[in-house]
Design a protein around this ligand. Sequence first.
Ligand SMILES: C[S@@+](CC[C@H](N)C(=O)[O-])C[C@H]1O[C@@H](n2cnc3c(N)ncnc32)[C@H](O)[C@@H]1O
Length: 316
Amino acid sequence: MTKETNENKEDYLEHEPVLLSQILHFLPHFESDKNAATYLDLTFGGGGHSIAFMRKFPHLQVYAIDQDEEALSAGKEKLAKLGLNHSVTFFHDNFAKVLSQLVTEGSETERIKFDMILADIGVSSHHLDSFKRGFSFREDGPLDMRMDLRSEITAADILNHYKLDKLIQVFTDYGEEPFAERIAEKIVETRRKNPLQTTKELEAICFYSYPKSLRHQHRHPATRVFQALRIEVNQELAVLQKAMELGVQLLKPGGRMGIISFHSLEDRIVKNFFLDCDQAEFRILTKKPLIASEQEIALNRRARSAKLRIIERKKI
Ligand SMILES: C[S@@+](CC[C@H](N)C(=O)[O-])C[C@H]1O[C@@H](n2cnc3c(N)ncnc32)[C@H](O)[C@@H]1O
């Protein structure tokens, strides 16, 4: 095993699950149906949430999805070390695809239903720290950004092949980037000479496209473009919408679905989806999204923008 792979595994082992105490507070009362309690983790990652739930409810049957193979294999290893792997079924795929299979499998009565479904969406700290994946511009790396390495389109493909208008739209819609036009024009000009290949090249284009007076602000000029590209590469907003539509169909009566999002675009989609659900059948448990405490933010910076919303299928 290479040094980098070893370090990646360590990253997973250290992962802190976001908003854990808030989620534990809102978990359904698994105890009432002890032997048949089921939890679907749409974004297994380092397994932080799954492990916390299994520790609290040792009888829980866990179904764990991640489209990132590195995440899944590190998570499996971690569960095995903790002796918790016996009650987990793993899926290496996009959660929208797995949900779609679960919703169409067998008849309505045969179909597996869940007491709790959770999505902690977006990239993990492992993705950001593993420079070869191209999610971050802290160090140089290839412009990749695929969470699932089997998917075909990388960030480089988008940057080198999308038309100018489409690039502007991606940076505006998914990054709310105020200088989208200038950045996209510079990308098109640069790629005429040489295709873009590395994260540092893109970082420099963003940096020099910003007016001098705004280049050294709190948020780096490349931050929004990197976010936008990541969303486009992984089609994050479309799969989130689809997953919620399918997820609610798989909730048991009294079952709950929680979504943790990390930026306003995602949170808006979650909020609107919950509001659009038939309120005779579903109940929104979080009128306002739950957010991290100051203590949690001090320990885990990723928590600062996390928002959790939860919906419940009514018992009737
Ligand atoms: C923030 S991490 C989850 C961390 C996890 N809750 C924990 O406590 O360790 C998000 C994970 O979800 C995965 N992921 C994101 N979008 C996905 C999707 N559409 N389908 C499957 N996995 C996805 C990523 O690969 C990443 O490993």
